[in-house]
Design a protein around this ligand. Structure first.
Ligand code: F6P
Length: 535
């Protein structure tokens, strides 16, 4: 615990230091930035100094992150509470053999990938058709990892989208599927049911609804369904022909699954070539993560910044702020990735964690967030570390002036968060506006920014499939490193089970088949009021 204690002491000793002071030393920016491939990761606007970085790197060494990563990449069963390997990386490193329980898992991965490519091509080229002709629309029905990844990626890579339109339905709220299907033609729609388990209530309910919608116009609706799942038995029971079932093994976690079959909708949208580039970008990040020394390693450094802020500085939340409208779903994706992975209260061996688990992750694209919640980030009483990301160049050459404004805003925010505005500066500004006396003092105080608010910036040339794949893999490995440091299992999600069980038990209470006896007073009151309101 000594490195841990040293870091706690260090955090306390620098808590009142202005980050801007660190720039008085030469080379602050270059010394606290790292490059890899298309990425520049700048963490110089944090309160991490050379001594802190040194201690943080020692912490990763102590936790043997590299050995743990190698165990993951090579198929060891590091998801100990479920007895599973963790091999999403195998889905994007198709040329490397990986063995689980002595068996090479790659021939099957490659075969499924080849079938996905064929099917995506057939759909895109009109060889696979609906009853009414070429497929115009694809509806991916899934939730959590079976939705967030492909939905985020399809938006992120919109400039590469030249296949049929893609839609994503996740919520069990009937409004979601109703509004999505309302404008579609069942005769030219392909429905992809994406569910690792093929038991998730939201997905299966929406899939049945889609089947009924299609059956009203299409003689054999199952012909226009495909499935992405680990359960061949359940997809067959649903009536989907094995030729349109794309399977994967239990060693692909839901929130890590878009690199394989769960990415089918994305592959249909952007085409197999661009999808391959997306995988390549992630594979390049995998190679960097495995090879680069800790102090040069982007995922490790991103994790260390996160751990520093969360565990040592006690900043409970983290804002992810992409200055990239097409990354609008990234914060939601990262919420699942980080909070489902590292939101645990016991360590791998079942003991209570002696420190906090992962932080609350949230965010919105800039510049929209600036006109909503940045007020609190700049002047609220809590410190919220911000993670900015931005492309040097947009995809719209004729709108380059807008991109310039976007980038200027991104850089200005990190500058403002760090610099702040002192009382003297605020007073001078207000004096120039003609105020004096008590009113000057009062007004100036409202215009003070404490500054020294930490942020990092991830800069990349342009949001291409390769860059995007790299960004997601960077965050995946960051979450992994944080999990190893915290000593938790990042690959199970028992915390979502209780609510699921209780919802199943409540459905008959709401429909009136069950009296709800034994439920707490609040739940019974709410059920009674719902019954009364429905009449
Ligand atoms: O919410 C829990 C969870 O298991 C997620 O981890 C997963 O991504 C999601 O449900 C969907 O599961 P499935 O793909 O099995 O339908």
């Amino acid at each position: 615990m000594t490195i841990w204690q040293d870091l706690l002491d260090k955090a306390q000793s620098v808590q009142n230091r202005q980050i801007a002071e660190l720039f008085e030393k030469e080379n602050r920016a270059a010394g606290f930035s790292r490059e890899s491939g298309p990425f520049l990761f700048d963490f110089s606007k944090t309160n991490i100094d050379a001594e802190t970085l040194d201690l943080l790197v020692k912490l990763v060494e102590e936790k043997e992150v590299a050995a743990r990563a190698e165990a993951m990449f090579s198929g060891a069963k590091i998801n100990e509470t479920e007895g599973r390997a963790v091999l999403h990386t195998a889905l994007r490193n198709l040329d490397t053999d990986v063995f689980v329980d002595g068996e090479n898992v790659m021939p099957e991965v490659r075969a499924t990938y080849a079938r996905m490519v064929d099917f995506a091509r057939d759909v895109r080229e009109g060889k696979f058709t609906g009853q009414g002709g070429a497929i115009t629309d694809v509806v991916n029905i899934g939730i959590g990892g079976s939705d967030l990844g492909p939905a985020m990626a399809t938006l992120a890579l919109a400039p590469y989208h030249d296949g049929p339109r893609c839609h994503f339905v996740s919520n069990v709220d009937g409004a979601h599927i109703h509004d999505t299907l309302a404008d579609l033609d069942p005769e030219t729609t392909l429905v992809i049911v994406a569910s690792k388990t093929f038991t998730t209530i939201e997905t299966m309910t929406n899939a049945e609804t889609a089947k009924r919608w299609m059956a009203a116009k299409v003689a054999d609706p199952a012909q226009q369904f495909a499935a992405l799942s680990t359960s061949a038995e359940k997809t067959a029971a649903f009536g989907i022909d094995a030729s349109r079932v794309f399977g994967f093994a239990d060693w692909v976690g839901g929130r890590y699954s878009m690199w394989g079959p769960i990415g089918l909708s994305l592959m249909i949208a952007i085409g197999p070539e661009d999808f391959a580039d997306f995988l390549k970008g992630a594979a390049v990040m995998d190679a960097h993560f495995r090879a680069a020394p800790y102090a040069e390693n982007l995922p490790v450094l991103l994790a260390l910044v996160g751990i520093w802020h969360n565990q040592f500085c006690d900043y409970a939340t983290r804002a992810v702020l992409p200055y990239d409208q097409r990354l609008a779903r990234l914060p939601a994706y990262l919420q699942q990735l980080e909070m489902e992975s590292n939101g645990k209260r016991v360590s791998m061996d079942g003991k209570d964690l002696p420190y906090d688990s992962g932080p609350v992750v949230w965010g919105e694209p800039g510049t929209n967030g600036q006109h909503a919640f940045y007020q609190l980030i700049h002047q609220g009483t809590r410190v919220i570390p911000c993670e900015f990301m931005v492309a040097a160049e947009g995809h719209e050459p004729d709108l380059a002036h807008q991109h310039l404004l976007l980038v200027a805003n991104c850089l200005a925010q990190s500058e403002a968060l760090m610099r702040g505005r002192s009382l003297d500066e605020a007073t001078a500004i207000m004096r120039k506006k003609g105020l004096d006396g008590a009113e000057l003092d009062r007004q100036a105080r409202h215009r003070v920014f404490p500054g020294s608010r930490p942020s990092t910036t991830l800069l990349y040339p342009k949001l291409t499939p390769e860059v995007f794949g790299g960004i997601v893999a960077l965050y995946e490995h960051r979450v992994f490193v944080e999990g190893v440091i915290l000593g938790i299992n990042s690959f199970d999600q028992w915390g979502v089970e209780l609510g699921k069980e209780l919802a199943l038990a409540l459905a008959p209470v709401l429909s009136g088949e069950d009296s709800g006896e034994g439920k707490d007073g609040s739940t019974r009151q709410l059920v009674a009021r719902i019954h009364a309101l429905r009449g």
